[in-house]
Design a protein around this ligand. Structure first.
Ligand code: 5GP
Length: 171
């Protein structure tokens, strides 16, 4: 598979700065807990928090919805959960990509039963073509239609995470 650039590192930087600005503005005076969904969100989350100008806490979860292919299996498993209680906290989930929405809708349903003060969603890439679950994205970076993307922390079978751009891979 050959990667083809969809969003350059400069374009990504601009979008991440915009999201960081919006979140900082909306949570001024508070210290939200950012929950990154591993592994794909680690580069995005690392850049995002360094462009914000409010204090934040960070935690990570590992969820599994895709096997080793490019289609969602429809099954969501928690491989590694949160290390702290979210009761009374302002929680922002940070995800690399929303595709069908199945992964996030399961995870958000689970978190909302744990009494956070608020729960919002920040997504770098909104992939619109195959949405099955209606989920509200509060902070959204870029949109793609149905392209399978890699780079900027996002993999395909553990390859391509190191690429600075977001690229499309085709068979
Ligand atoms: P969903 O449950 O929304 O269908 O799938 C979301 C998960 O699938 C995300 O965590 C993301 O890591 C992965 N995913 C969805 N679309 C893509 C894609 O285009 N490329 C890669 N590498 N992963 C994707």
């Amino acid at each position: 598979m050959r990667p083809e650039v969809l969003f350059t590192s400069e374009e990504i930087k601009r979008e991440v700065a915009r999201l960081a600005h919006e979140i900082s503005r909306d949570y001024r005076g508070r210290s939200p807990l950012l929950v990154g969904i591993l592994k794909g969100s680690f580069v995005f989350l690392a850049d995002l928090i360094r462009m914000m100008d409010i204090p934040v806490e960070v935690d990570f979860v590992i969820l599994s919805s895709y096997g080793s292919g490019t289609e969602s299996s429809g099954e969501v498993k928690v491989i590694h959960g949160l290390e702290q209680s979210i009761e009374g906290k302002d929680v922002i989930i940070v995800e690399d990509i929303v595709d069908s929405g199945i992964t996030l809708s399961h995870f958000m349903d689970d978190l909302s039963t744990r009494n956070p003060a608020s729960l919002r969603l920040c997504v770098l890439v909104d992939k619109t073509a195959r949405r099955e679950k209606d989920i509200q994205i509060d902070y959204m970076g870029m949109q793609v239609h149905d392209e399978f993307v890699v780079g900027y922390g996002i993999d395909c079978d553990e390859q391509y995470r190191y690429l600075p751009d977001i690229c499309q891979v085709k068979d």
